[in-house]
Design a protein around this ligand. Sequence first.
Ligand SMILES: NC(=O)c1ccc[n+]([C@@H]2O[C@H](COP(=O)([O-])OP(=O)(O)OC[C@H]3O[C@@H](n4cnc5c(N)ncnc54)[C@H](O)[C@@H]3O)[C@@H](O)[C@H]2O)c1
Length: 347
Amino acid sequence: MKILVTGGAGFIGSAVARLAIARGFDVVNLDALTYAANPANLASVDSAPGYAFEHADIRDRDALDRILATHEPDAVLHLAAESHVDRSIDGPRAFIDTNVTGTFNLLEASRAWWSARGKPDGFRFLHVSTDEVFGSLGPDGRFTEDSPYDPRSPYSASKAASDHLVRAWHETYGLPVIVTNCSNNYGPYQFPEKLIPVTILNALAGRPLPVYGKGANIRDWLFVEDHAEALLLVLERGRPGRTYAIGGENERRNIDIVTTICGILDRKRPRSRGAHRDLVTFVADRPGHDARYAIDPTRIATELGWRPSLTIDEGLERTVDWYLANEDWWRPLLQRDGVGARLGLSA
Ligand SMILES: NC(=O)c1ccc[n+]([C@@H]2O[C@H](COP(=O)([O-])OP(=O)(O)OC[C@H]3O[C@@H](n4cnc5c(N)ncnc54)[C@H](O)[C@@H]3O)[C@@H](O)[C@H]2O)c1
């Protein structure tokens, strides 16, 4: 099978591309190479015979038509997006342009390509979305595929809009789409603007470890390689028109994530004086910060047999080890626009 992966130079997209190549799929990676992209994420596969790269933007419909005609993929796995909530608060337009208009372009280009080939049943358009479209949970309950949409940030609203478009293209045009909504990913190759890499890298540098509000917000952490496994499984065995919620069943408060990382670093890279947790600094909360997300992954477990392979403690240990061993990967990223700055307070 040949898969067109959009956003394959980003965090999750590159994990999918690496796994897909290892499994013997052909991969065409379409990426605009925004600030969040890193071609080094693909270093282990970019000379593989089944791998091709297309530097293109999903806002450019002509480029999408050309790439589909050139590579003739059997499936589109759509991950390209603006993905950082704090950046969406400061500059929402890019989120509408890429996440909504870009997804519309990709749907239309895919529909044209699929129709021109006689609408093959086996074609798939897999749209990767987030649990954030369902809003914020109280202390109890978990999101399922039937949870009502209630997005509360420009990012989650743009992803919700794209989910609606994808579903409509199935109902109206019969395009064989599948939507996945996953929880917070973490693991190797995550850009250093999200909680876990920021905490690891600030701790290594002896800098303050910023924790929004009181650190009480709860996320359901999903190891990125488990997520990549789930996406390939859904692509091969998921039912068109269906949604699959994917979560790690690993709920933790943000402050507990930070202190767990501190404990790991105390063992592996002790400070000359004091403990890493002494660097924890509570900072102004994110406007509209959702209290809790959690996914009930029963459908993907029972229908497709997927389960997360790692607990959060195992995954954090692996992630810290990866950042310790890959300074050449992360050091240049610290110079990129906005990295290290507090974003998302402009509301
Ligand atoms: N990271 C998470 O925890 C998480 C959780 C749930 C859902 N998601 C979703 O998964 C997908 C991937 O997330 P990620 O964390 O890997 O994101 P990321 O920011 O690391 O990567 C996004 C990639 O998309 C590319 N891109 C952005 N705009 C583009 C455009 N207009 N045209 C072509 N390429 C473009 C970027 O260059 C980058 O390589 C996104 O759709 C995101 O909404 C992520």
